[in-house]
Design a protein around this ligand. Structure first.
Ligand SMILES: *Cc1c(COP(=O)(O)O)cnc(C)c1O
Length: 648
């Protein structure tokens, strides 16, 4: 198989080649592209002249003494995502002459960050956008922050009496909370609390669906799923509510079939089943007003438009059309009034607006130089290896003989193994083993040059790039910033922020700061597939190399943890103005070491005091001078106030 890009030399590499390699125009949507300077440019919306050079922005943020790792959130993109979602539904409603409205809610669990939630509430208000909460803490955020009286507050999750009481009383506050029954137990509780308070809640039912789902979250549907009521349970619930005259408050049906649903067929099947349940509930006497289709609206992480895990085979508009058309069909066939359509899309709203930026601290695997003086008096194995290397050098000058190259590569591997066995059994020295490894590496390098120039991909030579690959040491923690890459093998678009006019020559993976061997990034988007190596640029002395992880605004912050005590990163919100200018609207400072230590119950003052006592003993023993002790204490005290990450 030939790969056209590898034919490109360093000289004739263009921005377009970079675009093709990193696939930016596919996953970047209307927001990200490469500008004429070869830097990533961020736009607020399609064809907008509100654009900003991300590389320049990072440098200016750094001048404000705010260092990577850093999350940059673009308010304009968040606003545009909310607008697109609402516009798509409005368009579908017009197209299908649907006789009611769309009214979405944002599921707080997707990203609970205050500054972000506040902006979603603000931007969504013109569409009466609301919130979905799944716990009492989230409910309190919803009660305090939601301002628009028409916005819905969907109350999901398991509920105790306290949760239900808060939700019922919130109705009197002028809010529109809807308590969604997830478990049979909750029916009893709702009836009990309503009686006690002499006040009734708006009620919804979450239904378990039997339609099949696929992918990572396929277990969130089906008869054995964790949430929702089965058909018999729904029937019992209706009887219970009827008995206490609460059926008149049952107005909503909810379902949720998991996140990042990549295949539209799955969504359609679920919608059909749910619409059918909806009309049945109406026929049973519930004054049904809302159909809440949950989350699951996926985003195209790799831009391949396929039903693979990291993509979707549908657009936002396809989704809205299918939701509206399916619900309309079922209602019309059964003479049931069209409901208000609710979605609980989280991922689709918050993913695009956030970019995680980290800098590279260094890289492994320097080019080995073979010193000729080392070669004198070497063993047969070394001689064989050198002979192999020489033949490879010759073959790169002659016409390409692929079979010969594969044979030579197999020889090189065999000789290296011989050398290692010799070492293990005590016949070869460490120096000799090191030399064998270096020549083996040089053989791989020689072949890599040939296959790179010829654009060859051959399965017998697959290991070459891996052997030559470099590890780039990244100044961040995947456990804090991209936990899903570790937990569920999620892949995000990861690309350099600048230098896109230069050909990236180095095959690489990333290692993060944690002392955990899982703390690495070695899966990259590849147009519907995964690749294990990413081409990056050679590091330049005294110049930072910045990498961005894109589309990472959903779930990562909520799930991030303090592994090795690396804390929250800096977060900056940006408003993009005309002419490449911008305004920082919010700045959320990163955790200091004191902050993260406090989480585990360590008090900085106590720690300093314990160290001070040790210092005093050392001074009295004469192992430390007073001057040295002051330096040490000052270092520790300053460090506690500062970043958990490495400074450059
Ligand atoms: C997590 C969750 C969502 C959000 O799903 P996305 O795929 O992020 O849109 C919506 N509703 C419920 C009930 C959820 O649990």
């Amino acid at each position: 198989m030939k790969n056209p890009q590898s034919k490109k030399t360093t000289k004739n590499w263009t921005i377009k080649d970079s675009n093709d390699y990193y696939n930016i125009d596919k996953w970047g949507h209307k927001y990200f592209c490469i500008n004429d300077q070869g830097n990533i440019s961020v736009a607020s919306a399609e064809n907008s002249n509100k654009k900003i050079d991300l590389y320049q922005l990072i440098q200016e943020i750094k001048s404000r003494k705010v260092n990577p790792p850093l999350i940059i959130r673009f308010n304009d993109i968040l606003k545009d995502r909310i607008k697109d979602l609402n516009n798509s539904f409005e368009k579908a409603i017009t197209t299908y002459s649907y006789k009611n409205v769309y009214q979405g809610v944002f599921p707080i669990k997707c990203n609970q960050q205050k500054n972000l939630v506040e902006k979603i509430i603000k931007y969504g208000s013109e569409w009466n956008f609301g919130l979905e909460v799944g716990s009492k803490s989230e409910l309190i955020i919803g009660l305090s922050n939601l301002k628009n009286e028409n916005s819905l507050l969907i109350c999901n999750g398991y509920k105790d009496n306290n949760y239900i009481e808060m939700a019922i009383l919130a109705r009197k506050l002028g809010k529109k909370p809807i308590i969604v029954i997830e478990q049979r137990e909750e029916v009893k509780r709702i009836i009990e609390v309503a009686k006690k308070l002499g006040s009734t809640p708006l009620i919804g039912i979450r239904s378990k669906l039997s339609s099949k789902s696929i992918g990572r979250w396929s277990k969130s549907v089906g008869e054995k799923s964790k949430f929702g009521l089965s058909a018999p349970e729904i029937m019992l619930t209706i009887q219970d509510l009827k008995k206490v005259d609460l059926l008149k408050e049952l107005k909503l049906l909810h379902f949720h079939i998991g996140s990042q649903i990549s295949d539209i067929k799955i969504i359609k099947d679920a919608l059909q089943e749910a619409s059918q349940i909806f009309v049945e509930l109406a026929k049973l006497g519930a004054p049904m007003e809302f159909l809440d289709v949950g989350g699951g609206l996926g985003i195209d992480y790799d831009g391949s438009k396929t039903s693979s895990d990291n993509s979707t085979n549908y657009s936002l508009q396809n989704y809205a059309n299918d939701v509206v058309a399916t619900i309309k069909d079922s209602c019309d066939q059964n003479n049931v009034k069209h409901p208000v359509i609710i979605t609980e899309s989280g991922r689709s709203i918050t993913s695009h607006c956030s970019v995680l930026i980290f800098n590279i601290l260094g890289k492994s695997n320097e080019n080995y130089k073979i010193d000729v003086s080392e070669l004198i008096e070497s063993s047969l194995i070394i001689k064989n290896l050198i002979e192999t290397l020489n033949q490879l050098k010759l073959s790169s000058e002659k016409d390409l003989d692929l079979a010969k190259i594969i044979e030579l590569w197999n020889d090189a591997k065999k000789f290296k193994e011989d050398s290692f066995n010799g070492f293990r059994l005590g016949f070869a020295s460490l120096q000799e083993r090191a030399l064998a490894e270096k020549i083996h590496w040089a053989c791989a390098k020689e072949i890599a040059n040939i296959i790179e120039i010829e654009g060859i991909e051959h399965s017998d030579l697959k290991d070459i790039n891996k052997i030559l690959a470099s590890t780039y040491y990244a100044n961040f923690s995947i456990f804090q910033s991209t936990p899903d890459t570790w937990a569920i093998n999620q892949v995000f678009p990861i690309i350099p922020i600048h230098r896109h006019k230069e050909k990236p020559l180095i095959n690489a993976t990333f290692a993060d700061l944690t002392c955990d061997s899982d703390g690495k990034l070695n899966s990259f988007i590849n147009n519907g597939n995964i690749k294990t190596l990413l081409k990056l640029h050679e590091l330049i002395d005294n110049q930072e190399y910045y990498i961005g992880i894109f589309l990472a605004g959903a779930y990562q912050e909520a799930l991030g943890n303090l592994h090795n005590l690396f804390g929250n990163t800096n977060i900056i919100h940006i408003d993009i103005n005309q002419n490449n200018s911008y305004k920082i609207s919010d700045m959320i400072k990163e955790d200091s070491k004191t902050d993260v230590l406090k989480v585990f119950d360590y008090k900085s003052d106590d720690l300093v005091e314990m160290i001070r006592l040790k210092i005093e003993s050392a001074i009295s023993n004469g192992t430390l001078t007073i001057e040295e002790s002051q330096k040490l204490l000052a270092q520790i005290e300053t460090s506690l106030r500062n970043s958990t990450y490495l400074s450059s």
